[in-house]
Write a protein that binds this ligand. Sequence first.
Ligand code: HAM
Length: 426
Amino acid sequence: MTQTLQAVRGMNDVLPDQAELWERFEETVRDWLAAYGYRNIRTPLLEHTVLFRRAIGEATDIVEKEMYSFVDDLNGEHLTLRPEATASVVRAAVEHSLLYNGPQRLWYMGPMYRHERPQKGRYRQFHQVGVEALGYAGPDVDGELLLMCARLWDDLGLEGIRLHINSLGSLPERLAHRDALVRYLESRAAELDADSQRRLRTNPLRVLDSKNPEMQPIITGAPRLLDFLGPESIQHFDGVQAILKDAAIPYTVDTRLVRGLDYYNLTVFEWITDRLGAQGTVCGGGRYDGLIEQIGGKPAPAAGFAMGVERLIALMRDEGGGSGTLVDVYVVNQGEAAARSAFRAAELLRDRGFAVIQHCGDASFKSQMKRADASGAAVAVIIGDDEAAAGEAGIKPLREERGQSRIALDRLADAVSDLLYGEESE
Ligand code: HAM
């Protein structure tokens, strides 16, 4: 027997039952983005590897060990499946001089690839909805980004997603803090675990991100970046917090929030839930004022965020956001003449904007009615030889106790409309 094939580990199929929730999520997201005037941008899944190395940083987990990188056999190019899209969006904006037309509010939605150890909420192909506000110095746009997220949680009916924010200041401030941090960590080098010892050499700030409980006392005693901020950075951070306070959005200043990508400065933030276990961060982002120049563009400030779609969908499912009714009408039919009539009935109903499933294939009336029920349709339209000969259709509400009636085909759409929306709506 031929061995059955399976999807690549950490990469999931979204089957129709789940896809309904995905579609609902995507619809909500599109409306929400439109409400803030963001415009869609679509970039390739493959980019030159150097883009991510330069943008995300050589000493990050993503670049060190999580990228799907390969050499194209055909022309020797070094390519990478995008692990995130901020770098790609900035590359596209610079390549096509988008910022010459003024600042840009952009969004994207799609798959990203990271070779991480798969677990609940963490996959090797996952999806993000992301937003990049290019050319804005903030703190107003930083505040807008945070207000947007809060509104989306509301629109999706999600509760209990907490906001953590921090400021990473400017480069000189980070360097001064880094010096102090390295001195401190070196003084306690003997107590550091192997991972932190390695990070101390490559990317000391990331030691603060260690999840090892034994490292926590060392991390707690470490110099805080917040204490190294100058007046401008503090003013920016205060500005963001004032917007949050005005909007009554609760938040925590988390001085250990450092993010896993190197391009950030000033504002950084994460939205976190307790309901997803270890992978509780549903959204992360911040300001990255140096990136556009680093990718070869004219210096311009920018900020953005990306959210994990699988994680948000899991929360929606937990909150009872199962599949809703997708079709209005299921057309049951038996016999050749009835099938022809069923086509006509289904098209007439679709002309009026109803979503219709027409039964295809042989099956008894009884089993077709079961399918009709399982489809979630509100109404079954039933056509047998008798109805077909008379140019009529049977019509039966599926979600309420009411008998079947018969109606001429050209009155069918009116009758379905009466059933679904009440007679006065006509
Ligand atoms: P990130 O924190 O790496 O940021 O990812 C953003 C979100 O993507 C995470 O909070 C999480 O919800 C989701 N995510 C990340 N990795 C996985 C995974 N392996 N499986 C499932 N979900 C995952 C960025 O990607 C930045 N580009 C965000 C940004 C945009 N910053 C500025 N603009």
